[in-house]
Design a protein around this ligand. Structure first.
Ligand code: GSH
Length: 106
């Protein structure tokens, strides 16, 4: 969830307030030339979801962290929503097919 402050003038009237933008934090461990990674990212992007991407090929030191967070999962992608391990590309699509992905991303 993002929190911010809004201040401005609208038709000469000053307004200010706090806004809360409910957006899940999505993280995805990837490597280049990985079709599953591309497919998972395409699904997220098609929903307008932005995500943090960690390229384990570019930075192999990320791998142990990925594997620990993914309960030993060694393949890419490994996807996390609000810190919760979702799985890989197949699991992401299965969640979506079951109608359970959008609520997690809201
Ligand atoms: N079922 C997995 C398949 C992922 C997969 O096989 N990824 C490949 C790269 S495209 C991989 O990490 N291969 C290395 C390995 O199997 O250790 C998913 O849906 O994410």
């Amino acid at each position: 969830m993002a929190v911010g402050r809004l201040r401005g003038y609208l038709s000469g009237v000053r307004f200010q307030g706090v806004f809360f933008a409910m957006a899940a934090k999505v993280e995805i461990y990837t490597s280049p030339f990985c079709g599953y990674c591309a497919r998972a990212k395409r699904l997220l992007s098609s929903k307008g979801v932005s995500f943090a991407e960690y390229d384990v090929l570019a930075d192999p030191s990320l791998r142990p962290t990925m594997e620990a967070r993914a309960n030993g999962g060694t393949t890419v992608p490994q996807i996390f929503i609000d810190g919760k391990h979702v799985g890989g590309c197949d699991e992401l699509h299965a969640l979506d097919a079951a109608g359970r992905l959008d609520p997690l991303l809201a």
